[in-house]
Write a protein that binds this ligand. Structure first.
Ligand code: BGC
Length: 738
């Protein structure tokens, strides 16, 4: 439809119809097969608000979507098609590693391709919008949703946000398989106090701008069609009704012109926050802040018409919101064809096809992080090996947000080993339940509760110990259950379930050659595992083909190259923790632990167990001292910072060189290090390459004491290394030396 056409349409729409466009309902009001992704008890909607609602979430399947769309259009006064939205997070039917794992690949392009495949499968199944990427910055592993983020760093998250948005949308809704992306949750949702989901967020504007906004901004500037408001408060005001945040920051400063959608029921929840007295006020506050779509609270449907008629809300405000929604429908081509890519044959051709499965395997391989290796990995193949642990035979390798995926499509580690493993002499034992007794977890479509009698548990443990005794090497597949991370899964204890710790303890008493393959949706406290295992491979929740990827890595078919996108803390007492912290007036100095008046703990180190950017390989790399093309930079100039990196081991491998910058003195204190670039290089044994980063004045800008984003003259440190703890640095000056 032309621009004029859209305006003409808006002109003839009744106020009720316009408000209908701003109302989004769960698919369960249209079809019982819908996925329900939020609290629904007691939710009731008037017939009219259902028949006029502009978009639906959680409904999928070509037949279902077509039927709902057709019936809806038959009754809609102006035949404006519904938008079908859904959380397509790390894949649709082919499930990729969780986003945090994708972050560990340090390969945004890879994540972009995962998003493209997900968009294809989802669009073929009738969907138009995905509520992804989640670009929230995360520093607290207690928060279960860290699994949905790409980690602790604003720069890294920004690169992934761009790539994912472009992956879903292509260059402006590429056909076929057009899908719109939604950057969420604006803003600061990743910083709930004490890591408890939905809790209060306390961020200074400085921290918000310095750390949290950049990734949302990157996703939005990459063209994301939607942004989702977050559940939390910012400066005491829920984001959903936060005029300053939405009108000033999101719309004016960042320049977002797309559709702003609330999170599930979040408009209504402003009453529980204590910000609005009733539903009418909630509707008023949200619409004034510029929230275009009310997801599942129904307050717009209930109150907006009246608010306009009473003169409390200008109809022009409604028109602006509706026009943004109509534009989105138009950009997706829905007026010409309300079922654009939905095609049953196409869907079954695409779902879990060979190409998609192979890419899922590749993505998983690249996301694994080798945390420890005393030379025991890769496995030689001829050794007698026991594979022990609840993850050996489990299909639960997909993250909790993979609500469209089916665990039945997942290859288990045991199956992958039997099919791919070069080792003929393998034994398998579950060893323990996945979860501690009394643990009862709930997902979107399933419950996870195990019922093993003490006798059965004893038997399992004994079988595992016997298998360990007979083996030369033991690979233990341990970790959190997939439903232990995700939305509403905060944990005060970030260790693997106790029952698995006991298994590790007992097995390691029987065999000293223990390798742990660790599954989790978050960084864990793994001090105990580090003590007992000779090698640890962090595999996150690796998706449909994750098990095949694990076998590739265990037997050296693929040399691991992932790097942590989020630190593994020493223990939970350290969180929130992140490498890009401020120096403090009494910084901790390594080796000076006895100095009394320093910023330190008495009982644990300051450093995490494994820092951001860390990850080993089966080979070793040497990195030369940092070389700078100049020692001074003038504004508008550029400095080349480089290192020589050499593979000094005996197998081919990939190293990720990371560039960090530190501004030594500024009008506002600067982080000790900030990631400004990274580069992956694959090298054959003995091969060396020069890796070069260009630093311009732009990389040195920050929010200064003047309230402007600009650089300040002075001295800078440049680090290049293979983790955030690198000490490999050089110095240069911006501006003239005095
Ligand atoms: C989550 C969102 C999600 C929405 C719809 C909410 O509970 O916070 O991230 O997109 O539900 O499923």
């Amino acid at each position: 439809m032309t621009k004029e056409g859209l305006h003409d349409l808006l002109e003839v729409m009744s106020l009720e119809e316009k408000v209908g466009q701003m109302n989004q309902l769960s698919g369960s009001f249209f079809n019982p097969s819908a996925s329900v992704t939020g609290p629904i008890e007691g939710k009731k909607f008037a017939r009219e608000s259902i028949s006029l609602c502009g978009s639906v979430l959680g409904l999928m399947g070509t037949k279902t979507v077509k039927k709902v769309q057709k019936e809806y259009l038959e009754n809609h006064p102006h035949k404006i098609p519904l938008l079908f939205m859904m959380d397509v997070i790390n894949g649709y039917k082919t499930i990729f590693p969780i986003p945090l794992a994708q972050g560990a690949s340090f390969a945004p392009k890879l994540a972009g391709h995962c998003a493209r495949i997900a968009a294809k499968e989802a669009a073929a199944d009738g969907l138009h919008v995905t509520f992804s990427p989640m670009t929230d910055l995360v520093w607290d592993a207690r928060w279960g949703r860290v699994m949905e983020s790409t980690g602790e760093d604003p720069y890294l998250n920004g690169r992934f946000a761009e790539a994912m948005v472009k992956g879903y949308q292509g260059n402006g809704f590429d056909r076929p398989y057009a899908m719109a992306a939604c950057v969420k949750h604006f803003a600061g949702y990743g910083a709930p106090e004490a890591g408890r989901d939905y809790n209060t967020v306390e961020l200074s504007q400085h921290t918000l701008r310095q750390f949290y906004l950049p990734a949302y901004e990157a996703g939005i500037h990459a063209g994301a069609a939607l942004t989702m408001a977050s559940f939390n408060t910012l400066e005491g005001i829920p984001a959903t009704g936060n005029l300053w945040l939405m009108r000033e920051v999101l719309r004016k400063e960042i320049g977002f012109e797309g559709v702003l959608i609330s999170d599930w029921s979040a408009i209504e929840e402003m009453i529980s926050h204590g910000y609005c007295a009733d539903r009418k006020e909630a509707a008023l506050r949200a619409v004034m802040a510029g929230v275009d779509i009310d997801m599942m609270s129904g307050v717009y449907a209930e109150h907006l018409v009246r608010l306009v008629r009473e003169g409390q809300v200008a109809e022009t405000l409604i028109d602006e919101a509706v026009m943004r929604i109509l534009k989105l429908k138009n950009n997706l081509g829905l007026f010409e064809n309300p079922y654009p890519d939905s095609d049953e044959n196409e869907a079954s051709r695409l779902f879990l096809c060979q190409e998609h499965r192979e890419f899922a395997r590749k993505a998983a391989r690249e996301s694994f992080v080798l945390l420890k290796n005393d030379g025991i990995l890769p496995l030689a193949g001829e050794k007698k090996t026991a594979f022990i642990g609840p993850y050996v035979g489990s299909q639960n390798l997909i993250g909790s947000w993979s609500l469209t995926g089916d665990v039945k499509d997942v290859t288990t580690l045991k199956k992958a080993l039997l099919e791919q493993g070069p080792n003929q002499d393998m034994a398998f034992a579950q060893g323990s339940p996945m979860l501690d007794e009394m643990m009862d977890l709930e997902g979107f479509h399933e419950r996870q509760k195990e019922n093993f009698t003490p006798g059965e548990q004893e038997k399992m443990l004994k079988e595992a110990i016997d298998a360990a005794k007979r083996a030369e090497v033991v690979v233990m597949a341990l970790g959190e259950d997939r439903l232990q991370s995700g939305e509403a899964t905060s944990n005060a204890n970030i260790q693997i379930p106790k029952v698995q710790q006991v298994l590790l303890e007992e097995v390691s008493k029987s065999n000293e050659n223990v390798i742990v393959v660790l599954f989790s949706g978050r960084p864990l406290d793994i001090r105990n595992i580090v003590q007992k295992a000779k090698a640890i491979l962090q595999v996150w929740l690796p998706g449909t083909e994750g098990a095949r990827a694990i076998v590739d890595v265990l037997f050296g078919e693929y040399n691991p190259s992932g790097k942590l996108p989020m630190a593994f803390p020493y223990c939970v007492g350290q969180v929130p923790i992140h490498y890009n912290s401020y120096p403090t007036g009494r910084p901790h100095i390594p080796g000076k632990d006895k100095d009394r008046f320093r910023s330190k703990y008495l009982d644990i180190p300051n450093e995490p167990l494994f820092p951001f950017g860390y990850g080993l390989s089966y080979t070793c790399f040497s990195i030369s001292p940092v070389m700078l093309s100049k020692k001074d930079m003038i504004k508008g100039g550029c400095i080349e910072a480089s290192v020589m990196v050499k593979n000094i081991g005996s197998v081919k491998g990939t190293e990720t060189l990371q560039l960090y910058i530190h501004d030594l003195a500024a009008s506002v204190v600067r982080p000790v290090k900030e990631l400004k670039g990274f580069c992956k290089v694959e090298l054959k044994p003995g091969e060396a390459r020069k890796v070069c980063f260009s630093i311009t004045e732009k990389e040195l800008r920050f929010l200064t004491g003047n309230g402007r984003v600009e650089s300040e003259e002075g001295e800078f440190e440049v680090y290049i290394g293979n983790s955030s703890s690198t000490d490999n640095k050089a110095r240069f000056m911006l501006g003239c030396r005095r």
